[in-house]
Ligand binder design. Structure first.
Ligand SMILES: *[C@@H]1O[C@H](CO)[C@@H](O)[C@H](O)[C@H]1NC(C)=O
Ligand SMILES: [Ca+2]
Length: 148
């Protein structure tokens, strides 16, 4: 019994340290400050919606592996196949960043990376969850009551 209790407590502590869940308006306000709505030809609400469906606003989320062998990092689930480097050597992929910089609790550099992704020819279609859940929908609820 004692061991099970200890294990449960340890699990709880690990869960807490492994997830940093941002609040919806917190995400919207950071994005607004970084002028993300000027990228991808979409609104700020589209970006908030995208981040929700990619990661539930968990900046430490790691997804995949994908069929292309990449993994997806952080609040925007950025793919290491094209955009960030998992290796120790100089980061040379699209965003010129290490993937580990995409799973910390500072999302401002992640935003700079998605600006580059959204400027690419596929634009927002790089994110399947945006196409499925956000594209062309009424997204007013994503920025409702936020200071943006
Ligand atoms: C979007 O939904 C909100 C309520 O959720 C509504 O007030 C608004 O008029 C809708 N906008 C459009 C363009 O339908
Ligand atoms: Ca970051």
């Amino acid at each position: 019994m004692k061991n099970r209790y200890t294990a449960a407590l340890l699990f709880l502590l690990l869960s807490v340290t492994e997830a940093k869940r941002f609040r919806r308006c917190e995400v919207a306000e950071i994005m607004k400050k970084a002028q993300l709505e000027k990228y991808g030809g979409v609104s700020l609400a589209d970006w908030v919606c995208l981040a929700y469906y990619e990661s539930k606003f968990n900046s430490r989320a790691v997804g995949g592996p994908n069929p292309d062998k990449g993994r997806n990092y952080g609040i925007f689930q950025i793919n290491s196949r094209w955009w960030c480097s998992r290796r120790r050597s100089k980061p040379d992929f699209g965003c010129k960043m290490y993937c580990r910089a995409l799973v910390d609790d500072d999302i401002t550099d992640d935003i700079e990376c998605v600006k580059i992704i959204a400027s690419n020819s596929n634009r927002m279609n790089a994110w399947a969850s945006w196409k499925r859940h956000c594209k062309g929908k009424n997204l007013s609820r994503w920025t409702r009551n936020c200071k943006v």
